[in-house]
Design a binder for this molecule. Structure first.
Ligand SMILES: [Zn+2]
Length: 391
């Protein structure tokens, strides 16, 4: 990784923990060769992380010459935990994630999430069950995050747009969850953006600067990362690729946004199932979806030139034959110089990607909070019932 500017303490701490998560048991000297900081700065921050209980140093390895044992640095998985949930129109998934990025409890509940207030009650039930499984004896509680299939405005704390969960538009989500469940998410994020963070930190985006995550589910959305930063745009709205126009002749299905010809209306899981239910063979339905997806994806790759494009979501899990077709069709639309440079990867994290992304964001926030402050350890239930999300 290359940096052309001075890094802040928070960025250095983030880099150290990111590197140790992916390369456990590095010695300080090895870590120093991998990061763009002076040995003195590194020693200072490693000491801070050890004192804070985030990292431990053990004499776990011997060097090749049989000399004295080398000290290896490792993240403490039990240093912190996060609760993460992701909402789909018909499904709620939740998990407890530890600091090392391991999912230590996970739940899925099928429910029509557009129906309020029953969807809020389902969120409450899942929160309660996850809290029962929470390892209360150890670690900090880094927070509770929820990913939604729509655009979230953090300033007004409102769901701005959610074509596949239209009842949620205008919803003051944090306020509503707080009122109905006595808990409050400390973080709300778009689902594709959360999954992009997950792949960046824990999956196919490790060691990559520029990547795109494309969620292929009942809707289609993307999280776009340039120089390891998520691009948000005005209204937090970048990545709504489901509403790219892909066909002027096909006005069979109206998109949730009110237009015809959108990628989401013609190339999503919902579209695929409609084609098949309408009498088209499965093979032709898959071919049609792949063609529309490749129009959207090919155009985006030509514009953004990412190193890696990760595709995830239930459509690819349910129809494995779709993947080779999408790769072939998309490659055929790329500019020559990108054909072999942009890698198309099937998400290795599958439906864990948004959960891990939320957890990663919460851990970063908790690390930032812990810097220069007394380490606070509170139980998650204390945290969740607090109305003020600040520490
Ligand atoms: Zn649309």
């Amino acid at each position: 990784m290359q940096f052309s500017r001075v890094l802040s303490s928070q960025e250095i701490i983030g880099l150290i923990t990111y590197t140790l998560r992916n390369y456990p048991n590095l010695s300080r000297a090895e870590l120093a060769t991998m990061l763009p900081v002076t040995p003195a700065t590194l020693t200072h921050h490693v000491r801070e992380l050890i004192d804070g209980g985030w990292v431990e140093e053990q004499s776990a390895r011997r060097n090749n010459t049989g000399g004295r044992p080398r000290m290896g640095l490792t993240l403490r998985n039990e240093a912190a935990y996060a609760i993460a949930m992701t909402v789909s129109p018909d499904l709620l998934t939740g998990a407890i994630v530890d600091f090392g990025g391991h999912i230590i409890a996970k739940m899925r509940l099928e429910h029509p999430m557009g129906q309020i207030p029953s969807s809020l009650q389902v969120i409450q039930r899942m929160t309660d069950v996850l809290l029962e499984r929470y390892p209360h004896q150890s670690g900090r509680f880094a927070g509770y995050g929820i990913a939604i299939p729509g655009i979230w405005d953090p300033e007004s704390e409102t769901v701005v747009f959610s074509p596949n969960l239209q009842e949620w538009a205008g919803m003051k989500l944090r306020e509503l969850i707080r009122r109905s469940t006595d808990t409050e998410p400390t973080l709300v994020e778009n689902d594709a953006d959360a999954a992009a963070w997950g792949e960046l930190w824990f999956g196919a985006g490790r060691d990559v600067q520029d990547m795109m995550y494309v969620l292929c589910d009942t809707g289609i959305g993307a999280g776009i990362i340039i120089q390891r930063q998520l691009i948000r745009g005005q209204n937090n709205s970048i990545g709504e690729i489901g509403h790219i126009f892909v066909d002027s002749s096909d006005s069979e299905f109206l998109c949730g946004c009110g237009q015809y010809g959108c990628l989401e209306a013609l190339g999503s899981l919902t579209a695929l199932q409609r084609y098949h239910a309408g009498g088209m063979t499965l093979s032709s339905s898959l071919g049609r979806v792949s063609r529309y997806l490749s129009i959207g994806l090919g155009g985006l790759i030509n514009v953004l030139s990412p190193q890696v494009v990760v595709l995830g979501g239930r459509m690819l899990a349910m129809y494995p034959d779709l993947w080779p077709a999408i790769v072939r069709d998309t490659r055929s639309r790329l500019l020559n110089h990108l054909t072999h440079k942009t890698q198309l990867i099937l998400s290795p994290l599958e439906d864990n990607a948004p959960l891990l992304g939320l957890a990663g964001l919460l851990f970063e926030q908790e690390l930032a909070r812990s810097q220069g402050q007394a380490i606070h350890t509170v139980s998650p239930s204390q945290w969740l019932t607090r109305h003020d999300p600040s520490p």
